[in-house]
Ligand binder design. Sequence first.
Ligand code: NAD
Length: 365
Amino acid sequence: MENTLDILNEVSIFEQLAEKEHEQVVFCYDKHTGLKAIIAIHNTVLGPAAGGLRMWNYATEAQALQDVLRLSRGMTLKNAIAGLNLGGGKAVIIGDARKDKSEVLLRTFGKFVKNLNGKYITAEDVGINTKDIEYVAMETQYVSGKPESMGGGGDPSPFTAFGVFMGMKAAVKTVFGKDSLTGKKVAVQGVGHVGEHLVKHLHEEGATIFVTDIYEDRLKEISQKYKVKVVSPDEIYDLDVDIYAPCALGATINDNTLNRLKCSIIAGAANNQLKEEKYHADLCREKGILYAPDFLINSGGIINVYYEIIQNYNRKKVLEHTERIYDYTLNLFKKAQAENINTHEAAVQIALKRINDIGRMKMNN
Ligand code: NAD
């Protein structure tokens, strides 16, 4: 999904696992359905590895592997910083979600999840909806984001969008002194599940909203429901806006886009927004752009999933927990400023400290 490096084809799989410190990676293949999936378990110190299932038409298998390795590590950091007792994992199915999905494909994936005996818990991500999760749940109990009719927490996207909105407000407060988005110009890239809910919050608060997507039908639907200006996928980087909100794919904060973006804040839902984490987080800082770390502000969805996993689902509790992203983000910005480091680094430090502290505590038990 992220623009991959042909060089990856030459890098050993184990070198990649060693570099990101993964615990286990499972390649799933089924001859009958043609299922090709990868489940990556990054870290289980805090609890079972939890993270969504993505279905994407990757150009190469190396790209799929790179995506799942990056995403699963991101889940470790996200679950840790959100204060959840969950480790980090992720799964990808290689294929076109609009054409290749079927009941048997998803149930076959569910069987692979079942075989991991609870070490990995799956849920929705790009290309996967609650209906698909119902199929996965026919084969395994280790699945979350189930529809409310099945006793689940439903689609996590509205909670993700609410958390992103909270993180965005904290960034606006830090840059402009007040956390109101009224009159602020926001460019939303990708109006899928999360992007649409984010647009709704922004619309209700009176922001000026620009949207883009690769699917015309999504853009048509959104512009019929909300007051938005539609731009082409490439134009989104050149707009004169206050906030760029990446809600599509990863790695859109890179050398090329940072030369074009005129915003003072980046705050969106997409995972792994920074192409090169340290380098591009530093570059944001140098350019005076406040970057709200993706894995912190997009944790609302996994917070929703968490309460379902611990079988204590309560919508009010989920919203309260998600609302705290506002304070977490404000504090994070203060830490980054006080320690003269970029905001991504500050967030990683907080997450790793929790994993190390809890890991040490568990070893002493
Ligand atoms: P989605 O598939 O519903 O929406 C993504 C949208 O982005 C689609 O409409 C797609 O057409 C569009 N898109 C793809 N490439 C694009 C491009 N180059 N330019 C413009 N638009 C493009 O996915 P989602 O569930 O809304 O998730 C969006 C992002 O947020 C993903 O990166 C996902 O990993 C992340 N995320 C989602 C959740 C969640 O609860 N769904 C939680 C955390 C993080």
